[in-house]
Design a protein around this ligand. Structure first.
Ligand SMILES: [Zn+2]
Length: 228
């Protein structure tokens, strides 16, 4: 499966035009993003359009589909929640070939999630990795309820794994002032970032400046993403 994913924007895969120019052949085309700061700025600009209901950069048309079919040069990797109200490309007003997106409930990490994020950064060369939590996260709310009722082991299937994985963030904010769920959502973003920094792939890449790791929060009420 990964082998097909690896058919990416390498020079050999994208032909004579090269990875930097291949996906961007038409008018209104953006230059490639090479730094984490520039990638973050591009994401936040897209979110500002989303908030203002001025979506304009989402490009899912035939031209763009053909342009990126032979190679890709995504500029950011984002891990967000599975919540149906937080579709990553829409929130950032981005289209085909722009983002590597991994979603899991409450941004919970496991081997596949972490490996996919490492793949986005190390193999697809995105200079930015964002962990995006969100307002009123149901997964974290469910974790709070399970912990309060001392029923953390009561879930069927693998939902218990999610509760176990998200519970450190809930414990971290115990007794803190403010909204408990919101506090836990934000603490969880920090927790996920800390875990990702332990990755032997991501940690050194961040230290050497090859990737910027950033936490962010999506507000359902406004559509706004803020860096935290
Ligand atoms: Zn959620």
């Amino acid at each position: 499966m990964l082998s097909s994913c690896q058919d990416t924007g390498t020079p050999s895969a994208s032909g004579a035009t090269g990875p930097a120019t291949q996906p961007n052949a038409g008018p209104g085309v953006e230059p490639p993003v090479t730094t984490g700061d520039a990638a973050l700025q591009r994401l936040l600009e897209g979110n500002a359009r989303f908030v203002a209901n001025r979506n304009e950069a989402i490009d899912e048309g035939v031209e763009r589909r053909v342009a990126v079919s032979k190679g890709q040069q995504p500029f950011a990797t984002v891990i967000g929640c599975v919540d149906s109200r937080v579709p990553i490309e829409l929130v950032f007003d981005r289209g085909l070939g722009d983002l590597v997106v991994v979603r899991s409930a409450g941004e919970a990490l496991d081997q596949s999630v972490t490996g996919s994020l490492e793949f986005g950064v190390a193999e697809l060369h995105t200079p930015l990795l964002m962990v995006l939590g969100h307002q009123r996260c149901g997964a974290i709310d469910a974790t709070i309820k399970a912990m309060d009722s001392h029923r953390t082991g009561a879930h069927a299937g693998q939902i218990g794994y999610l509760v176990d994985t998200l519970s450190p963030a809930v414990r971290q904010v115990a007794g803190k002032p403010g909204d408990r769920l919101d506090n836990a959502v934000q603490a969880n973003v920090g927790h996920v970032l800390a875990e990702l920094r332990k990755s032997p792939v991501l940690g050194p890449m961040e230290k050497s400046g090859k990737v910027k790791l950033v936490g962010a929060y999506y507000e359902l009420d406004t559509g706004k993403v803020v860096v935290i």
